[in-house]
Design a protein around this ligand. Structure first.
Ligand code: FAD
Length: 391
């Protein structure tokens, strides 16, 4: 067995160029990430400053962004394929840090940012010279994005920003943080804007680094903004449209989150099947127990069904269609399925599944995030219940 994204997934219309890109990301994971990942897990941070220029050189930091800004000019299948490949890395923290930069913090900037913003932030982000983060969540506003309180008041042609953000991936090392804030007072989804905040701005502070259950190689920070002065021209798109832009940006975040989960599940299921073929109990390989091979076959089936859904969502994005419903379903299923897969893989490894020397325990911890981050399962269910007309 073993899965090749390309061979097993005819839904995406992949060209030899897509395949070459996929292989180059795979080699990058093997050469530039996996050999160092244990150290980065122990450091509780990956070295973005070293890694991003190499990714930039590979063309992996903006494969579908326009060539005039240094991007690859390809379709969104490149980004999606990258997520599945990065998901096969030996820990999910570094892939998450990379994909926050490529698919969560920069899509709105690339699509709606002014020429000034794109030259100043997008071009160096694609080159890997600048690291980005996306700051939506706050200590008192996570699932309920519309209740956030970080605010900007107008001062001539500048904003003065005050507030705090929580759980920000890449937060300790980002050069700029795309921040969702209120530019018009109120307490609803209206009057918010997405503003690029350079982290060397006076009054911007990383208040603390958050120690987590998993994704150890990815840094996660709490941020404070105290009278941070930023030009109004750093607002992405029209002032007051930030909530809508962020909701749109979330769709890519949820899709690549699903891709990362699929890559991780591919890796864990393959490793577990191999382990069960080699390990013997009661005089025969564990895999020969019908319960074991049935369970693995069942999980593989679910993984492949989910992959088809993720590829369908990728096609929707390529066609310029709204994928909110289908990607919410995919992300919900991905979060739940990777918990099931991780649990089964640990179980079939026995004691070794529980030991840190085998990768299953780390995957179990890392994968748990997906049902919480980028909108918890219950938020996906709320979106779906609304779209289906149940509520
Ligand atoms: C490791 C990590 C990295 C992250 N990276 C980022 C990042 O880079 N940028 C960023 O902006 N945010 C980031 N987040 C934040 C993440 O998006 C939030 O944690 C998530 O949206 C949930 O918000 P919350 O933690 O405030 O939980 P809460 O909103 O307090 O919700 C807690 C739980 O309550 C339940 N719940 C909430 N609302 C409802 C409802 N309406 N119906 C039923 N149940 C409900 C759910 O089970 C939910 O999990 C990250 C989080 C983590 C853990």
């Amino acid at each position: 067995m073993g899965s090749s994204v390309c061979e097993e997934a005819p839904l995406l219309n992949l060209t030899p160029e897509h395949e070459m890109f996929r292989q180059s990301v795979r080699r990058f994971v093997e050469r530039e990430i996996n050999p160092y990942i244990d150290k980065w897990e122990a450091d509780k941070c990956y070295p973005g400053r070293e890694l991003f220029p190499k990714l930039g050189e590979l063309g992996a930091l903006g494969p579908s962004y326009p060539e005039e800004y240094g991007g690859g000019g390809g379709d969104y299948a490149y980004n999606y394929l990258m997520s599945e490949e990065l998901g096969q890395a030996a820990a999910l923290g570094v892939p998450m840090g990379i994909m926050v930069h490529t698919d969560m913090a920069t899509p709105a900037l690339a699509q709606f940012g002014s020429e000034e913003l794109k030259q100043k932030f997008l071009v160096p982000a694609i080159q890997g010279k600048l690291i980005s983060a996306i700051a939506v969540s706050e200590p008192d506003a996570g699932s309920d994005v519309a209740s956030l309180t970080t605010s900007a008041v107008s001062d001539g042609d500048h904003y003065i920003i005050n507030g705090s953000k929580m759980w920000i991936t890449n937060g300790t090392q980002a050069d700029f943080v795309v921040t969702l804030m209120r530019t018009t007072p109120g307490n609803s989804a209206k009057g918010m804007s997405l503003v690029v905040v350079p982290t060397d701005s006076e009054g911007f502070k990383v208040s603390r680094s958050i120690d987590k259950m998993g994704n150890h190689s990815s840094d996660t920070a709490a941020l404070t903004y105290e009278n941070v002065r930023v030009p109004k021209s750093f607002c992405i798109g029209e002032e007051g449209r930030g909530f809508q832009l962020q909701m749109q940006q979330f769709q890519k975040e949820r899709l690549v989150g699903t891709g990362l989960a699929l890559g991780g599940m591919d890796r864990c299921l393959s490793m577990t099947a191999q382990y069960c073929k080699e390990r013997k109990t009661f005089g025969k390989p564990i895999i020969e127990n019908q319960y074991v091979h049935f369970r693995l076959a069942e999980l593989r089936t679910e993984v492949e069904l989910l992959r088809q859904m993720a590829h369908h969502c990728t096609n929707q994005i390529i066609a310029g269609q709204d994928c909110t419903r289908d990607v919410s379903m995919a992300k919900l299923k991905a979060g739940r399925l990777c918990r099931e897969v991780a649990d089964a893989c640990i179980q079939f490894h026995g004691g070794m599944g529980y030991a840190e020397e085998y990768p299953m325990a780390r995957y179990y911890r890392d994968a748990r995030l997906l049902s919480i981050g980028a909108g918890a399962d219950e938020i996906m269910l709320t979106i779906l219940a609304r779209m289906e007309g149940y509520i």
